[in-house]
Design a protein. Structure first.
Length: 215
C-alpha cells in the first residue's frame, strides 16, 4: 500500500470532505424542519392535512433517493426549470430525509399516552399549546436517539450525489483514483474520513439510548 499518493492529492480529498460536511449539515437543518412540520401535521385531527402528508412521506420513502435525484436534476431542466447541482442535491435530500424524520416525529408523539392529551384539552389548552408544553418535551426523549441515528445514515447517503458529478468526498476520491490508479488506498482513506464524522455521532446515540433506558 502506498498512502503517499493520498497525501499528494490530499487537497482534493479534503475539498470533498468539506463539501460532504457542508451538504450534510445543511440537509440536517432543512430536513429536520420539514420532518418536524410534517410529523406534527400527520398527528393532527384534520384529515385534509393528513392525506397529503401521508402521500409525501410514502412517495419519498418508497422510492430510491438516486431516482429522486435524477428526476430533479435532469427532469426539471427538461420541463424548463433551471436548477443548480447544489440546489438539486439539497432539495432532494431535504425532502427524502424529511419524510423519514416525519415518521420518527410521528412515532415519538404517538408514544405519549392519550390520557395526557385529554387532560390538556380538559384544562383548555389549544392543540399548539398542548404540543409545545406537554407532548413534545416528553416525546423528545423518544425522538432524539433514532433522529441522530438517521443523521448518521444521511451523512453516508450523500455519497450518492457523486453520481451526478457533485464534488463531495466520494466524487473527489474517484478523481484521485483516475489519476493514480490506487483505488484501495483512496477508498480506505475516504472510508476513514466517514468514520471520523459518524463515530462520535454513533456514540452520542448510544449515550442517549442508555440515558433513556435508565430514565
Amino acid at each position: 500500500m502506498d498512502f503517499h499518493i493520498v497525501w499528494v492529492y490530499r487537497h482534493l480529498i479534503l475539498q470533498g470532505f468539506l463539501v460532504t460536511v457542508e451538504i450534510s449539515a445543511m440537509t440536517i437543518v432543512t430536513s429536520t424542519i420539514v420532518g418536524l412540520i410534517a410529523g406534527l401535521l400527520k398527528t393532527s385531527k384534520h384529515k385534509w392535512l393528513i392525506s397529503p402528508i401521508i402521500a409525501y412521506v410514502e412517495i419519498f420513502r418508497g422510492s430510491p433517493v438516486l431516482i429522486q435525484l435524477f428526476m430533479v436534476y435532469f427532469g426539471l431542466p427538461y420541463l424548463g426549470v433551471s436548477i443548480s447541482m447544489f440546489n438539486a442535491v439539497l432539495l432532494v435530500f431535504t425532502l427524502y430525509s424529511g419524510a423519514y424524520i416525519a415518521e420518527i416525529v410521528r412515532a415519538g408523539i404517538e408514544s405519549i399516552s392519550n390520557g395526557q392529551r385529554e387532560a390538556a384539552m380538559t384544562i383548555g389548552l389549544t392543540y399548539s399549546q398542548m404540543m409545545r408544553k406537554i407532548i413534545l418535551p416528553q416525546a423528545l426523549r423518544v425522538i432524539l436517539p433514532p433522529l441522530f441515528g438517521w443523521y448518521i445514515s444521511l451523512l453516508k447517503d450523500t455519497s450518492i450525489a457523486s453520481v451526478i458529478g457533485y464534488t463531495e468526498m466520494v466524487f473527489q476520491g474517484q478523481n484521485v483514483i483516475n489519476m493514480t490508479d490506487r483505488p484501495f488506498e483512496v477508498y480506505l482513506t475516504v472510508a476513514a474520513l466517514y468514520f471520523i464524522i459518524s463515530y462520535p455521532l454513533s456514540k452520542f446515540v448510544d449515550w442517549m439510548e442508555r440515558r433513556r433506558a435508565y430514565a
